[in-house]
Ligand binder design. Structure first.
Ligand SMILES: [Zn+2]
Length: 429
């Protein structure tokens, strides 16, 4: 009896070993050191970075990353869109490339983790493949996308493409995207050649900090991203009648700001009135004429809705618009909505979600499937092939701030999930 039980235990432990992932692990200390080095370029006194795209600091950071990529055995070139691309040959030339990447540009007064963690971890994956002499069947490309914070510029150039309107936009550096693309080594006249055809890649994986507080709050190691939410914007104008604040009785006012206040409350009620993770915000407001002694005659405000499901946020918008009409009638004001501007949600691949989830579990990590409320390069690459995203906790949910922080252990965990996901993908596809 006892012997039989021992045998079963031995058998179980053997099969657990047989299923455990390849022993290759990233060097967490090295990623940490590289993050620290990179944070020197554009360092600000608050402890973060202002490494906006096309700035001197951005150029220096890019040079630093290129050095790391070369050391990791990658063949590095700048594509026509100004992205840094490091390639590594696969053993099966018939297979499409597997892409890893993120960005190293920051917002003004940004932190040291947004984009940097994913970029340096992707390079670390290449470094480990080199050190352990692991040959992948797929060609590998590590891409540092240019100007993510200015509107996912580099990744959009690969996917949907950039038009004149994009190229003429002025970036945070004060340079247009056209000028900036040239500065970082791209060629805005040959952008069409930078585009990748849908179906031309095997897949894309991006590791990123969550930039929200869910993982830390729930003490979860790894977020498996279901998709990047879509966004709807509309400018709402409320027309009332500006009149003397002293002589107009309360029952005879057409106070546009009072309607706006009721509207804010209504937006919140409607957005929270149905189950789900949708969010709705009024983030700015303009009141005219704007004086103590004048009843506001006109208000313009910005309404934003986000969700993974476009039908859902469009439905909420219609509901808000209908309710606004009713609100306006209460004090004879008129609501007007501009035609909504929509950026569509980008879903990650279901198979990739499962792969990331099972890989994380095999490494002993807890996971949570979650949407990304922030935009990422992955949303652009989703136009040309299947994408997967791995999140790690952001302490306090703080991002786009010098106070942004992710623990070294969490970064190492995320990088190991990225490495093992690449190895598992390469075996199975
Ligand atoms: Zn980012």
């Amino acid at each position: 009896m006892r012997r039989a039980r021992l045998f079963i235990i031995l058998l179980l432990s053997f099969s657990a070993t047989a299923q455990s992932p390849s022993p290759a692990r990233v060097n967490g200390q090295r990623i940490h050191d590289h993050l620290k080095e990179l944070s020197r370029f554009g360092a600000n006194p608050q402890g973060g970075v202002s490494r906006v795209a096309y700035s001197e600091a951005d150029l220096q950071g890019r040079q630093y990353a290129i050095g790391l990529m070369k050391a990791a055995g990658l063949d590095v070139h700048i594509d026509f869109a100004g992205n840094i691309v490091g390639t590594r040959a696969g053993s099966d030339a018939s297979l499409k490339p597997l892409l890893l990447g993120s960005h190293i540009d920051s917002v003004p007064m940004g932190g040291n983790y947004d984009g940097d963690v994913g970029s340096l971890s992707a390079i670390e994956v290449a470094q480990i493949l080199k050190e352990k002499q692991i040959a992948l069947r797929h060609p590998l490309e590590v891409i540092i996308f240019q100007n993510e914070e200015g509107g996912t510029v580099g990744s959009q150039a690969l996917g949907e493409g950039l038009d004149e309107k994009h190229l003429n936009l002025v970036s945070n550096s004060g340079k247009t995207i056209r000028e900036g693309t040239r500065i970082v080594g791209g060629d805005p006249d040959r952008l069409a050649s930078a585009r990748r055809q849908p179906g031309s890649i095997a897949g894309y994986f991006e590791l990123h900090i969550e930039q929200g507080g869910t993982l830390e709050r729930e003490k979860i190691d790894i977020g498996v991203v279901e998709g990047i939410v879509g966004i709807l914007h509309s400018d709402v104008t409320i027309e009332g009648f500006a009149n003397h604040a002293g002589t107009t009785p309360m029952d005879q006012r057409h106070d546009a700001l009072l309607s706006a206040a009721r509207f804010l409350e209504k937006v919140n009620q409607i957005v929270t009135g149905v189950p789900g993770r949708q969010v709705g915000t009024v983030g700015w407001i303009k009141v005219e004429p704007g004086a103590y002694n004048v009843i506001p005659g006109k208000v313009v405000l910005g309404l934003e809705l986000r969700d993974l499901d476009e039908k859902k946020f469009v439905g909420l918008f219609e509901q808000i618009r209908a309710e606004a009409e009713q609100l306006g009638k209460l004090n004879q004001t008129r609501f007007n909505f501009t035609e909504p501007v929509i950026s569509h949600p980008a879903l990650t691949d279901k198979g990739f979600q499962k792969l990331i989830d099972s890989t994380a579990h095999s490494l002993g990590f807890s996971t949570k499937v979650m949407p990304s409320g922030a935009g990422h390069d992955a949303q652009e690459i989703a136009r040309i092939g299947p994408v997967g995203m791995i999140f790690i906790p952001s302490i306090g949910g703080i991002s786009h701030s010098p106070k942004e922080f992710s623990r070294p252990q969490d970064i190492e965990n995320g990088a190991n999930v990225l490495l093992q996901t690449v190895l598992a993908f390469d075996k199975g596809h």
